[in-house]
Design a binder for this molecule. Structure first.
Ligand SMILES: Cc1cc2nc3c(=O)[nH]c(=O)nc-3n(C[C@H](O)[C@H](O)[C@H](O)COP(=O)(O)OP(=O)(O)OC[C@H]3O[C@@H](n4cnc5c(N)ncnc54)[C@H](O)[C@@H]3O)c2cc1C
Length: 376
């Protein structure tokens, strides 16, 4: 029998949630991060559209995104070699029959202090010249939406975690969890670990992990989202186009390193797995994008899919489980887990050390609690 590695806090999951939480927790405690795959970020984190869109998601998501934005704008020295944000802009557009969705979006942006404006006519088609003038009538433009360098952020969090004395174990799938004598005894493929506290940052697998620990599930539903890239028509200058999405959430596109990223904005419930794209979803996406834009999709340059995991109210879950002692939830990041990461990571570290939610992140513990009404 091998001797267990002991630590204050074991984080399960090496995606953006686990890495960012580990970075902040390691300021005050010993941390071991356990990741099943050979590479952190292999699952949802490595498959995102990489946009920081403050006007996206419910009020809780918006507040956490806002609270984390200063970290993105000026990360600590040594966090990344280059800025992790670059200007992009976010544009929601509607045909005549969906204009009310833009009004709703504008009202929500105003209520949460996000700068956004309704645009139409030349102002709209100057910003997004590839939209079909005979179909699209108006847009809601958030000029401050930014591209995020997801890999630089993930590596920055992991590097920082290690620099503070934390450990990152890959190929370390957690196989079982047992609370015994005030510690969690964790069996992993890389050997046993003992920790006072476990952080459940297992992404789409968070409910499975909870069941393993004897905690009640929160009703997490992983939802598959398909994505692809294609080449623009030669000669098109796409570099400054904003991420542009149908207001009815049926398609979106954005420039991506010289190519165009597209998605049908699908959200098909799925078991936790290594998600793969379906031919039908790719075909639907191409149809919808060509119906709303003048872009031509002749072939895909790359295709993939990832799981965005939600609980019923679409807010994240962060907090100690009410029954399973020392079991901290960090799940349900949905389609916002990159843009919320600096806020969520800091908030999780603060809750774990009993210091409450940082004053600049305007949410309450009950907004995020694993036992809040309606989840289980
Ligand atoms: C197409 C698409 C577009 C998106 N666009 C955006 C966007 O523009 N902006 C944004 O903010 N967000 C976006 N998202 C959402 C974002 O990617 C997710 O919210 C985020 O990556 C979730 O991070 P995570 O760490 O919770 O999950 P993951 O990255 O999936 O990490 C969970 C990790 O836990 C590990 N794990 C699970 N079980 C175990 C176990 N038993 N033992 C050890 N390890 C285990 C897994 O291997 C995995 O690496 C998008 C997602 C998709 C799919």
């Amino acid at each position: 029998m091998s001797i267990p590695e002991t630590t204050d806090i074991a984080i399960i999951g090496g995606g953006m949630a686990g890495a960012s939480a580990g970075y902040f927790i390691a300021d005050d405690a010993d941390v071991v991060l356990l990741e099943r795959e050979s590479q952190p970020g292999y699952h949802t984190t490595g498959r995102s559209a990489a946009l920081l869109f403050e006007g996206y998601g419910n009020a809780v998501i918006r507040a956490i995104t806002k609270g984390g934005r200063p970290f993105f704008e000026s990360p600590p020295a040594g966090f990344a070699d280059a800025p992790v944000l670059s200007p992009r802009g976010g544009l929601m557009v509607a045909a005549e029959d969906h204009l009310s969705l833009l009004d709703d979006g504008l009202a929500e942006s105003l209520a949460t202090g996000v700068h956004a404006e309704l645009i139409d006519g030349d102002a709209l088609f100057d910003v997004a010249p590839f939209l079909r003038r005979d179909v699209i009538v108006r847009g809601l433009f958030e000029p401050g939406a930014m591209d995020m360098d997801v890999n630089a952020m993930l590596q920055g969090f992991l590097r920082g975690l290690r620099a503070k004395g934390g450990k990152v174990r890959t190929n370390a799938e957690v196989l079982s969890l047992k609370r015994d004598g005030g510690v969690w005894r964790i069996e992993t493929r890389a050997g046993p670990v003992e920790a006072k506290i476990v952080v459940n940052a297992a992404g789409a697998w968070a409910d499975e992990l909870a069941a393993m620990a004897g905690a009640k599930k929160v009703g997490l539903v992983p939802k598959r989202r398909t994505a692809f890239t294609f080449d623009p028509t030669p000669g098109l200058d796409i570099a400054r186009w904003p991420l542009t999405a149908g207001a009815d959430e049926t398609w979106y596109v954005k420039p991506d390193a010289g190519r165009i990223f597209g998605s049908p904005a699908d959200q098909t419930p799925s078991a936790p797995c290594d998600a793969q794209p379906e031919e039908l979803d790719l075909a639907i996406a191409a149809d919808r994008i060509m119906a709303h834009t003048t872009l031509e999709i002749r072939r895909f340059a790359s295709t993939w899919a990832g799981l965005r995991s939600f609980v019923a109210d679409k807010s994240p879950v962060a907090g100690f489980d009410p029954k399973a002692e020392g079991f901290f939830w960090l799940a349900g990041q949905g389609g916002y887990g990159i843009q919320t990461a600096p806020g969520m990571g800091r908030l999780a570290a603060s809750l774990i050390k009993g210091a409450g939610i940082p004053a600049d992140i305007k949410v309450t513990p009950s907004d995020l609690a694993p036992d809040r009404p309606g989840l289980r």
